[in-house]
Design a protein around this ligand. Structure first.
Ligand SMILES: Cc1cc2nc3c(=O)[nH]c(=O)nc-3n(C[C@H](O)[C@H](O)[C@H](O)COP(=O)(O)OP(=O)(O)OC[C@H]3O[C@@H](n4cnc5c(N)ncnc54)[C@H](O)[C@@H]3O)c2cc1C
Length: 500
């Protein structure tokens, strides 16, 4: 009953990440893997900003960080800077790290809230080393000693997604993955079980397999076009449905963070790589035309464009079942939410991890399939709520889109989290999945959503003692940032930069 053959359909980021992940675990166990992709169709060609979890993925494959960064022209990423989200003119950075450490088991931010309520002026950001480092264009790997300043943060990468796919292709082919070029034109199902048993390519080649991984992008060739898994449409909550993307020359040194600037009908990204910058405008077509969005994007680039603007269309949501019969959808074929928090590649990684843990035999136990779908649903739901938070925690009333969000009815899961925060500064924790309390704190405080109260246990502490402790951390952070090298020279000294 052992699975002997896996077929991956699609060779974008999802396809090659899946090939790398599965070949690392199963090639030596006698499972053969074939990946089919079509150069004529191509890939979506975007997806350059990541979350820190990708380091664990690369590490699990035994990938050397320098080699990976050189091959993909990657920069380090300490977080995302959000401009104009709470109000026009606002700016804050969502870092991959904590704000201070708990004091007597009470979360640090409650102490900060008490200072604020007493009229003390201090930005939450000043209590975070990665925010201050990012604002100064600086970077270094986190300190190994957790008692030191500059240890309690993570980092991710900004990279060229096409180069990452190439890099993983080389890795996978070295682990016996067979790549086949060709367009899938037919998909055959077993009459009894309904499982897919083979696919037919344009040149007449037929590929049989025990399990198929659908990485065919938005079209969902197997999971939707053949198996009709169905789509859960979330555009009532996240209605942006288009994007226009363009690459431009880089002006100045590459910065260790992604930027997301809110616009009247969506938002604009800026992702600095070593040799160029990726840009795009994600928008809701109800409130802006394609031409207007393209014009806005091109008129706000920091360097000369080096590609033609590329238009992309999408509907936010996810497949009702990401695993159906013997097909698992990973990547855009499984669903999509706008890249506001760089979550799509992370969801690919979650899909691969869950598939490896629940890897089936030919009997395809329904309980395993349901567990996979349950886990992935949870991941998607959590990302959706966190993305929506950015839109609804706003005071903007300068366009119809912002008015729509200010007046919307929220999913109850998000409403509950917001109420817990607003009532007493409580940050609900997830046991699994993204995002953790400091991320919620960053966005809520960054977008001027402050609670009525804080943990009353904080009142057991003398105010001046609290103030001195928090001021000390701010000063220590500043001093540590002064000692930190700038990002571009750190990249060079680390040996990961191709840019002189
Ligand atoms: C505007 C935008 C911005 C984004 N930004 C980010 C970001 O910053 N961070 C992030 O994490 N994610 C981002 N994403 C998502 C990210 O781009 C994708 O998750 C990632 O690229 C994976 O795509 P994919 O491999 O699923 O699909 P694709 O790249 O579309 O690949 C599909 C593959 O299937 C093949 N294929 C399709 N049909 C056939 C056929 N009939 N026969 C043979 N082969 C076929 C294609 O040739 C291709 O190889 C963004 C997405 C969009 C739309």
């Amino acid at each position: 009953m052992k699975i002997k053959k896996i077929c991956i359909v699609g060779g974008g980021t999802a396809g090659w990440m899946t090939a790398a992940g599965l070949s690392n675990k199963f090639s030596d166990l006698g499972v053969s893997i074939e990946l089919v992709e079509s150069d004529k169709i191509g890939t979506v060609g975007v997806g350059e900003a990541t979350l820190p979890h990708i380091r664990y993925f690369n590490n699990s494959l035994g990938i050397d960080e320098k080699e990976f960064m050189l091959s993909t022209r990657a920069t380090f990423k300490l977080g995302i800077e959000f401009c104009d989200w709470g109000k026009l003119g606002d700016k804050y950075l969502h870092p991959f790290g904590d704000y201070g450490m708990p004091i007597h088991n009470i979360e640090y931010h409650h102490f900060w809230l008490r200072l604020l309520q007493k009229g003390h002026k201090s930005r939450l950001c000043d209590h975070s080393f990665p925010v201050l480092a990012a604002e100064s264009g600086k970077f270094q790997h986190p300190h190994g000693d957790i008692n030191k300043i500059g240890s309690n943060y993570g980092y991710a990468y900004q990279f060229d997604s096409g180069l990452y796919a190439k890099f993983l292709r080389k890795y996978s082919e070295a682990r016996k993955v067979k790549r086949t070029e060709g367009r899938v034109i037919e998909i055959y199902q077993d009459r009894e079980s309904g499982n897919i048993n083979s696919i037919l390519l344009e040149d007449g080649t037929k590929i049989e397999a025990d399990i198929f991984i659908d990485c065919s992008g938005f079209r969902g060739l197997l999971i939707e076009q053949k198996l009709k898994a169905g789509y859960e449409d979330w555009s009532n909550w996240l209605p942006c449905n288009r994007a226009v993307a363009v690459q431009c020359e880089q002006e100045g040194a590459s910065l260790p963070f992604t930027r997301a600037t809110a616009r009247k009908a969506g938002w604009q990204w800026r992702i600095p790589l070593q040799h160029r910058t990726g840009n795009g405008y994600v928008y809701w077509d109800k409130y802006i035309s394609d031409d207007e969005a393209t014009h806005k994007l091109l008129s706000t680039l920091e360097g000369n464009p080096i590609t033609e603007p590329k238009q992309l269309y999408f509907k936010t949501g996810k497949r009702k079942k990401l695993w159906k019969k013997n097909v698992v959808a990973i990547g855009l074929s499984g669903g999509f939410m706008e890249p506001l928090e760089s979550t799509s590649i992370h969801l690919i990684q979650e899909g691969i991890t869950a598939l490896i843990e629940l890897f089936p035999d030919k009997s395809f136990h329904q309980s395993d399939i349901e567990e996979y779908n349950r886990r992935m649903d949870l991941n998607f739901d959590r990302v959706r709520d966190f993305l929506l938070l950015h839109y609804v925690a706003t005071q903007r009333d300068d366009s119809e889109m912002w008015n729509f969000f200010r007046n919307m009815t929220l999913p109850s899961s998000l409403e509950d989290k917001l109420q817990a925060w607003l009532n007493r500064g409580y940050l609900t924790k997830y046991e699994h999945g993204v995002f953790h309390p400091p991320s919620w704190l960053a966005v809520m405080a960054g977008q001027n959503l402050f609670p009525n109260s804080y943990d009353p246990r904080v009142n057991n502490f003398d105010y001046d003692t609290i103030k001195t402790k928090l001021d000390n951390l701010r000063n220590e952070n500043r001093k540590a940032v002064n000692r930190t090298p700038d990002h571009a020279s750190y990249l060079k000294n680390f040996g990961a930069s191709l840019v002189n």
